[in-house]
Write a protein that binds this ligand. Structure first.
Ligand code: WQD
Length: 360
Protein backbone atom coordinates (compact mmCIF):
# COMPACT_ATOMS: atom_id res chain seq x y z
CA UNK A 1 0.00 0.00 0.00
CA UNK A 2 1.21 3.56 -0.68
CA UNK A 3 2.10 4.99 2.75
CA UNK A 4 2.45 8.76 3.08
CA UNK A 5 3.45 11.01 5.98
CA UNK A 6 1.50 14.29 5.85
CA UNK A 7 2.95 17.04 8.05
CA UNK A 8 0.62 19.89 9.02
CA UNK A 9 -2.23 17.54 8.10
CA UNK A 10 -4.88 19.35 10.20
CA UNK A 11 -4.36 22.67 8.42
CA UNK A 12 -6.56 24.22 5.72
CA UNK A 13 -4.90 22.62 2.68
CA UNK A 14 -3.52 19.66 4.64
CA UNK A 15 -6.96 18.47 5.79
CA UNK A 16 -8.50 18.75 2.32
CA UNK A 17 -5.52 16.90 0.81
CA UNK A 18 -5.71 14.16 3.47
CA UNK A 19 -9.34 13.55 2.47
CA UNK A 20 -8.49 13.31 -1.24
CA UNK A 21 -5.63 10.86 -0.54
CA UNK A 22 -7.72 8.72 1.83
CA UNK A 23 -10.43 8.36 -0.78
CA UNK A 24 -7.77 7.35 -3.29
CA UNK A 25 -6.50 4.36 -1.29
CA UNK A 26 -3.47 5.83 0.47
CA UNK A 27 -2.45 4.88 4.03
CA UNK A 28 -1.77 8.10 5.93
CA UNK A 29 0.34 9.13 8.91
CA UNK A 30 -1.10 12.55 9.84
CA UNK A 31 1.28 14.70 11.89
CA UNK A 32 0.31 18.06 13.38
CA UNK A 33 1.28 20.05 16.50
CA UNK A 34 -2.13 21.77 16.40
CA UNK A 35 -0.50 25.16 17.08
CA UNK A 36 -2.63 26.72 14.34
CA UNK A 37 -5.18 23.97 13.66
CA UNK A 38 -7.63 21.64 15.41
CA UNK A 39 -7.72 17.82 15.75
CA UNK A 40 -11.43 18.16 14.90
CA UNK A 41 -10.44 18.84 11.30
CA UNK A 42 -8.97 15.32 11.08
CA UNK A 43 -11.99 13.74 12.77
CA UNK A 44 -14.20 15.43 10.17
CA UNK A 45 -11.86 14.19 7.40
CA UNK A 46 -12.38 10.65 8.68
CA UNK A 47 -16.17 11.15 8.76
CA UNK A 48 -16.16 12.54 5.21
CA UNK A 49 -14.04 9.72 3.78
CA UNK A 50 -15.55 6.75 1.98
CA UNK A 51 -13.80 4.38 4.42
CA UNK A 52 -15.50 2.20 7.01
CA UNK A 53 -14.51 2.58 10.67
CA UNK A 54 -12.45 -0.59 10.38
CA UNK A 55 -10.65 0.63 7.25
CA UNK A 56 -9.98 3.98 8.96
CA UNK A 57 -8.38 2.10 11.86
CA UNK A 58 -6.03 0.39 9.42
CA UNK A 59 -5.34 3.35 7.12
CA UNK A 60 -5.06 6.44 9.34
CA UNK A 61 -2.64 7.26 12.16
CA UNK A 62 -2.94 10.71 13.79
CA UNK A 63 0.21 11.88 15.57
CA UNK A 64 0.24 15.00 17.75
CA UNK A 65 3.77 16.33 17.37
CA UNK A 66 6.19 18.80 15.85
CA UNK A 67 8.11 18.30 12.64
CA UNK A 68 11.24 19.61 14.45
CA UNK A 69 11.18 16.58 16.77
CA UNK A 70 13.61 14.23 14.97
CA UNK A 71 13.11 11.40 17.47
CA UNK A 72 9.35 11.52 16.93
CA UNK A 73 9.78 11.57 13.14
CA UNK A 74 12.13 8.56 13.30
CA UNK A 75 9.65 6.75 15.54
CA UNK A 76 6.89 7.26 12.95
CA UNK A 77 9.06 5.77 10.19
CA UNK A 78 10.24 2.89 12.42
CA UNK A 79 6.74 1.97 13.59
CA UNK A 80 5.47 1.95 10.04
CA UNK A 81 8.36 -0.24 8.94
CA UNK A 82 7.85 -2.67 11.85
CA UNK A 83 4.23 -3.04 10.68
CA UNK A 84 5.48 -3.85 7.19
CA UNK A 85 4.20 -0.57 5.74
CA UNK A 86 7.17 1.56 4.77
CA UNK A 87 6.53 5.32 4.41
CA UNK A 88 7.66 6.03 0.85
CA UNK A 89 6.49 9.65 0.43
CA UNK A 90 5.94 12.82 2.41
CA UNK A 91 3.66 15.80 1.83
CA UNK A 92 5.06 18.68 3.85
CA UNK A 93 2.56 21.38 4.86
CA UNK A 94 3.77 22.07 8.41
CA UNK A 95 4.94 25.64 8.86
CA UNK A 96 3.97 29.20 9.74
CA UNK A 97 2.31 31.13 6.91
CA UNK A 98 1.15 34.66 7.78
CA UNK A 99 2.98 37.33 5.81
CA UNK A 100 2.45 40.18 8.30
CA UNK A 101 3.27 38.03 11.33
CA UNK A 102 6.50 36.86 9.69
CA UNK A 103 7.99 40.36 10.09
CA UNK A 104 7.37 40.36 13.86
CA UNK A 105 8.30 36.69 14.41
CA UNK A 106 11.02 36.13 11.80
CA UNK A 107 13.06 33.78 14.04
CA UNK A 108 10.01 31.56 14.63
CA UNK A 109 9.41 31.44 10.87
CA UNK A 110 13.02 30.39 10.16
CA UNK A 111 12.89 27.80 12.94
CA UNK A 112 9.49 26.29 12.08
CA UNK A 113 9.74 26.48 8.32
CA UNK A 114 13.43 26.00 7.48
CA UNK A 115 14.83 24.15 10.50
CA UNK A 116 11.69 21.98 10.55
CA UNK A 117 12.21 21.02 6.91
CA UNK A 118 15.88 20.19 7.53
CA UNK A 119 14.93 17.84 10.37
CA UNK A 120 12.33 16.18 8.17
CA UNK A 121 14.75 15.71 5.27
CA UNK A 122 17.40 14.20 7.55
CA UNK A 123 14.97 11.56 8.83
CA UNK A 124 13.66 10.92 5.31
CA UNK A 125 17.23 10.38 4.05
CA UNK A 126 17.98 8.04 6.99
CA UNK A 127 14.95 5.97 6.04
CA UNK A 128 15.64 5.95 2.29
CA UNK A 129 12.48 8.00 1.68
CA UNK A 130 13.15 10.48 -1.13
CA UNK A 131 9.72 11.49 -2.38
CA UNK A 132 8.40 14.82 -1.11
CA UNK A 133 5.68 17.26 -2.15
CA UNK A 134 6.43 20.65 -0.60
CA UNK A 135 3.90 23.39 0.18
CA UNK A 136 5.45 26.46 -1.41
CA UNK A 137 3.84 29.80 -2.25
CA UNK A 138 3.53 32.46 -4.93
CA UNK A 139 4.99 34.78 -2.32
CA UNK A 140 8.45 33.59 -3.43
CA UNK A 141 8.00 35.76 -6.57
CA UNK A 142 7.86 38.92 -4.44
CA UNK A 143 6.08 42.05 -5.68
CA UNK A 144 4.51 40.48 -8.71
CA UNK A 145 4.76 41.87 -12.19
CA UNK A 146 1.71 43.23 -13.97
CA UNK A 147 1.54 39.90 -15.87
CA UNK A 148 0.84 36.25 -15.14
CA UNK A 149 3.76 34.74 -13.23
CA UNK A 150 5.61 31.76 -14.70
CA UNK A 151 7.99 29.37 -12.94
CA UNK A 152 11.02 30.85 -14.73
CA UNK A 153 10.31 34.34 -13.35
CA UNK A 154 12.78 35.83 -10.85
CA UNK A 155 12.52 34.75 -7.21
CA UNK A 156 12.60 37.86 -5.01
CA UNK A 157 10.50 37.45 -1.85
CA UNK A 158 9.75 40.68 0.04
CA UNK A 159 8.86 39.24 3.46
CA UNK A 160 10.37 36.68 5.86
CA UNK A 161 7.58 34.15 5.13
CA UNK A 162 8.30 34.20 1.41
CA UNK A 163 12.06 34.12 2.06
CA UNK A 164 11.71 30.90 4.11
CA UNK A 165 9.73 29.29 1.28
CA UNK A 166 12.28 30.37 -1.34
CA UNK A 167 15.12 29.10 0.89
CA UNK A 168 13.47 25.70 1.29
CA UNK A 169 12.97 25.46 -2.47
CA UNK A 170 16.71 26.20 -2.99
CA UNK A 171 17.62 23.60 -0.32
CA UNK A 172 15.43 20.97 -2.03
CA UNK A 173 16.95 21.76 -5.43
CA UNK A 174 20.43 21.44 -3.97
CA UNK A 175 19.66 18.08 -2.32
CA UNK A 176 18.19 16.84 -5.58
CA UNK A 177 21.44 17.77 -7.33
CA UNK A 178 19.68 20.44 -9.42
CA UNK A 179 20.96 23.93 -10.13
CA UNK A 180 17.94 26.19 -10.30
CA UNK A 181 14.53 26.93 -8.79
CA UNK A 182 13.52 28.79 -11.96
CA UNK A 183 12.92 25.70 -14.08
CA UNK A 184 9.60 23.82 -13.84
CA UNK A 185 11.05 20.34 -14.44
CA UNK A 186 14.62 19.04 -13.93
CA UNK A 187 16.08 15.53 -13.73
CA UNK A 188 17.43 14.77 -10.23
CA UNK A 189 20.90 13.12 -10.52
CA UNK A 190 20.79 12.34 -6.82
CA UNK A 191 17.68 10.21 -6.98
CA UNK A 192 15.17 12.50 -5.27
CA UNK A 193 11.57 12.96 -6.42
CA UNK A 194 10.47 16.45 -5.34
CA UNK A 195 7.50 18.68 -6.23
CA UNK A 196 7.41 22.27 -4.93
CA UNK A 197 3.86 23.58 -5.40
CA UNK A 198 3.55 27.38 -5.43
CA UNK A 199 0.02 28.22 -4.26
CA UNK A 200 -1.56 31.48 -5.33
CA UNK A 201 -4.66 32.26 -3.23
CA UNK A 202 -6.30 29.07 -1.98
CA UNK A 203 -9.86 29.63 -0.70
CA UNK A 204 -13.20 27.91 -0.34
CA UNK A 205 -14.00 24.67 1.54
CA UNK A 206 -15.13 21.09 1.01
CA UNK A 207 -18.74 21.31 -0.35
CA UNK A 208 -20.04 19.47 2.73
CA UNK A 209 -19.11 22.46 4.91
CA UNK A 210 -17.54 20.07 7.46
CA UNK A 211 -13.95 21.20 6.86
CA UNK A 212 -12.73 24.64 5.84
CA UNK A 213 -10.42 27.57 6.53
CA UNK A 214 -10.16 27.98 10.29
CA UNK A 215 -7.78 30.84 11.16
CA UNK A 216 -6.82 30.50 14.84
CA UNK A 217 -6.42 34.23 15.47
CA UNK A 218 -7.66 37.32 13.67
CA UNK A 219 -7.45 36.34 10.00
CA UNK A 220 -5.38 38.32 7.52
CA UNK A 221 -6.67 36.74 4.36
CA UNK A 222 -9.55 38.23 2.40
CA UNK A 223 -11.93 35.24 2.28
CA UNK A 224 -12.18 34.53 6.03
CA UNK A 225 -12.71 38.27 6.57
CA UNK A 226 -15.49 38.49 3.98
CA UNK A 227 -17.12 35.48 5.65
CA UNK A 228 -16.88 37.17 9.05
CA UNK A 229 -18.75 40.17 7.63
CA UNK A 230 -21.31 37.78 6.11
CA UNK A 231 -21.85 35.91 9.40
CA UNK A 232 -22.04 39.20 11.32
CA UNK A 233 -18.95 38.94 13.53
CA UNK A 234 -17.40 41.83 11.59
CA UNK A 235 -19.32 45.03 10.73
CA UNK A 236 -17.69 45.75 7.37
CA UNK A 237 -14.77 44.78 5.17
CA UNK A 238 -11.84 47.19 4.85
CA UNK A 239 -10.61 47.34 1.25
CA UNK A 240 -6.88 48.09 1.26
CA UNK A 241 -6.44 50.74 -1.41
CA UNK A 242 -8.51 51.88 -4.37
CA UNK A 243 -5.65 53.50 -6.28
CA UNK A 244 -3.88 50.38 -7.57
CA UNK A 245 -3.02 50.31 -11.32
CA UNK A 246 -5.95 47.96 -12.01
CA UNK A 247 -9.28 48.47 -13.85
CA UNK A 248 -11.25 49.23 -10.67
CA UNK A 249 -8.30 50.38 -8.53
CA UNK A 250 -8.36 47.41 -6.13
CA UNK A 251 -5.92 44.48 -5.84
CA UNK A 252 -6.26 41.54 -8.21
CA UNK A 253 -5.60 37.96 -7.02
CA UNK A 254 -5.71 34.43 -8.43
CA UNK A 255 -8.17 32.56 -6.19
CA UNK A 256 -8.10 28.78 -6.48
CA UNK A 257 -10.50 26.37 -4.78
CA UNK A 258 -8.91 24.40 -1.93
CA UNK A 259 -10.34 21.16 -3.36
CA UNK A 260 -8.54 21.89 -6.65
CA UNK A 261 -5.35 22.55 -4.67
CA UNK A 262 -5.80 19.28 -2.76
CA UNK A 263 -6.27 17.39 -6.03
CA UNK A 264 -3.13 19.11 -7.33
CA UNK A 265 -1.17 17.56 -4.45
CA UNK A 266 -2.47 14.09 -5.27
CA UNK A 267 -1.59 14.64 -8.92
CA UNK A 268 1.96 15.67 -7.98
CA UNK A 269 2.38 12.71 -5.60
CA UNK A 270 1.13 10.22 -8.20
CA UNK A 271 3.46 11.67 -10.85
CA UNK A 272 6.48 11.49 -8.49
CA UNK A 273 5.72 7.90 -7.49
CA UNK A 274 5.39 6.76 -11.09
CA UNK A 275 8.24 8.74 -12.66
CA UNK A 276 12.03 8.96 -12.68
CA UNK A 277 13.83 11.12 -10.05
CA UNK A 278 13.03 14.77 -10.78
CA UNK A 279 12.48 18.19 -9.29
CA UNK A 280 9.18 19.85 -10.23
CA UNK A 281 8.49 23.48 -9.31
CA UNK A 282 4.91 24.28 -10.32
CA UNK A 283 2.38 27.13 -9.96
CA UNK A 284 -0.97 26.07 -8.53
CA UNK A 285 -3.30 28.84 -9.66
CA UNK A 286 -6.31 29.34 -11.92
CA UNK A 287 -4.77 31.92 -14.25
CA UNK A 288 -7.89 34.04 -13.69
CA UNK A 289 -7.69 37.35 -11.78
CA UNK A 290 -10.44 38.69 -9.52
CA UNK A 291 -10.24 42.15 -7.95
CA UNK A 292 -11.36 42.78 -4.39
CA UNK A 293 -14.42 44.70 -5.59
CA UNK A 294 -15.18 41.95 -8.15
CA UNK A 295 -14.99 39.38 -5.37
CA UNK A 296 -17.37 41.31 -3.14
CA UNK A 297 -19.89 41.42 -5.99
CA UNK A 298 -19.46 37.70 -6.80
CA UNK A 299 -19.75 36.75 -3.12
CA UNK A 300 -22.96 38.78 -2.78
CA UNK A 301 -24.35 37.20 -5.97
CA UNK A 302 -23.39 33.65 -4.91
CA UNK A 303 -24.71 33.90 -1.36
CA UNK A 304 -27.38 36.64 -1.49
CA UNK A 305 -25.62 38.35 1.43
CA UNK A 306 -24.65 42.02 1.36
CA UNK A 307 -21.01 42.79 2.24
CA UNK A 308 -20.61 46.40 3.41
CA UNK A 309 -17.09 47.75 2.89
CA UNK A 310 -14.97 50.88 3.37
CA UNK A 311 -11.76 51.87 1.60
CA UNK A 312 -8.53 52.45 3.51
CA UNK A 313 -4.92 53.03 2.49
CA UNK A 314 -2.87 50.22 0.95
CA UNK A 315 -1.54 47.41 3.22
CA UNK A 316 2.24 47.12 3.69
CA UNK A 317 3.75 44.46 1.43
CA UNK A 318 0.77 44.22 -0.92
CA UNK A 319 1.12 44.28 -4.68
CA UNK A 320 -1.39 45.28 -7.37
CA UNK A 321 -1.64 41.93 -9.12
CA UNK A 322 -0.76 38.31 -8.27
CA UNK A 323 -1.78 35.99 -11.09
CA UNK A 324 -0.53 32.55 -12.17
CA UNK A 325 0.37 31.27 -15.59
CA UNK A 326 -0.74 27.68 -14.78
CA UNK A 327 0.47 26.09 -18.05
CA UNK A 328 3.22 23.99 -16.43
CA UNK A 329 0.75 22.43 -13.98
CA UNK A 330 -1.28 21.20 -16.95
CA UNK A 331 1.84 20.06 -18.85
CA UNK A 332 3.59 18.23 -16.01
CA UNK A 333 0.79 17.32 -13.56
CA UNK A 334 -2.08 17.14 -16.02
CA UNK A 335 -3.85 19.42 -13.52
CA UNK A 336 -6.04 22.45 -13.95
CA UNK A 337 -8.69 23.84 -11.62
CA UNK A 338 -12.21 22.51 -12.14
CA UNK A 339 -14.01 24.97 -9.85
CA UNK A 340 -14.83 28.64 -10.43
CA UNK A 341 -14.77 31.72 -8.20
CA UNK A 342 -18.53 31.35 -7.66
CA UNK A 343 -17.93 27.82 -6.27
CA UNK A 344 -15.28 29.22 -3.95
CA UNK A 345 -17.71 31.88 -2.65
CA UNK A 346 -20.54 29.38 -2.19
CA UNK A 347 -18.41 26.71 -0.47
CA UNK A 348 -16.54 29.12 1.81
CA UNK A 349 -19.83 30.65 2.98
CA UNK A 350 -21.36 27.17 3.47
CA UNK A 351 -18.43 26.29 5.79
CA UNK A 352 -18.67 29.60 7.69
CA UNK A 353 -22.48 29.41 8.00
CA UNK A 354 -22.32 25.87 9.39
CA UNK A 355 -19.32 26.66 11.66
CA UNK A 356 -19.67 30.27 12.89
CA UNK A 357 -16.86 29.58 15.42
CA UNK A 358 -14.80 27.33 13.15
CA UNK A 359 -13.79 24.08 14.88
CA UNK A 360 -14.17 25.58 18.36
C1 WQD B 1 -5.83 39.40 -1.04
C2 WQD B 1 -6.24 40.79 -1.53
C3 WQD B 1 -5.42 42.59 -0.20
C4 WQD B 1 -7.76 41.65 3.39
C5 WQD B 1 -1.46 35.90 1.11
C6 WQD B 1 -0.07 35.35 1.19
C7 WQD B 1 0.08 34.18 0.26
C8 WQD B 1 -0.98 33.16 0.56
C9 WQD B 1 -2.35 33.80 0.44
C10 WQD B 1 0.03 31.56 2.05
C11 WQD B 1 -5.13 41.81 -1.47
C12 WQD B 1 -6.95 42.53 -0.15
C13 WQD B 1 -7.21 41.60 2.11
C14 WQD B 1 -8.61 42.73 3.74
C15 WQD B 1 -8.34 43.65 1.55
N1 WQD B 1 -0.79 32.61 1.84
N2 WQD B 1 -7.50 42.59 1.21
N3 WQD B 1 -8.88 43.68 2.79
O1 WQD B 1 -1.90 38.89 0.47
O2 WQD B 1 -2.73 38.00 -1.78
O3 WQD B 1 -1.68 36.43 -0.17
O4 WQD B 1 -2.38 34.89 1.37
O5 WQD B 1 0.59 30.90 1.24
O6 WQD B 1 1.35 33.64 0.46
O7 WQD B 1 0.82 36.36 0.77
O8 WQD B 1 -3.92 37.37 0.33
O9 WQD B 1 -6.18 37.45 1.19
O10 WQD B 1 -4.37 38.74 2.43
O11 WQD B 1 -5.20 39.56 0.22
O12 WQD B 1 -8.58 44.54 0.72
O13 WQD B 1 -9.14 42.84 4.89
O14 WQD B 1 -7.29 41.28 -0.70
O15 WQD B 1 -4.98 43.95 -0.28
O16 WQD B 1 -5.24 42.66 -2.60
P1 WQD B 1 -2.53 37.80 -0.33
P2 WQD B 1 -4.96 38.26 1.14
Amino acid sequence: MRCVLVTGAAGFIGSHTALVLLNDGYKLFLLDNFSNSSPKALHHVADLSILTKEELGERVSIINGDVRDSALLQNIFSRAKSNGEEITSVIHFAGLKAVGESFEKAIDYWDNNVAGTIKLLQVMENNACRNIVFSSSATVYGSSKEKALIETDPISPINPYGLTKATIEKMLANIAGCQSTRIAKQYSPRGWKIACLRYFNPAGAHPSGKIGENPKNIPNNLFPLINQVAIGTKEFLTVFGKDWPTPDGTGIRDFVHVMDVAEGHKAALDILISSKPQLLIINLGSGKGTSVLDLIKKFQFSTGIDIPFKFSSRRQGDSAISLANPSKALEYLNWKPKRKIEDICRDSWNWQYKNPMGYK
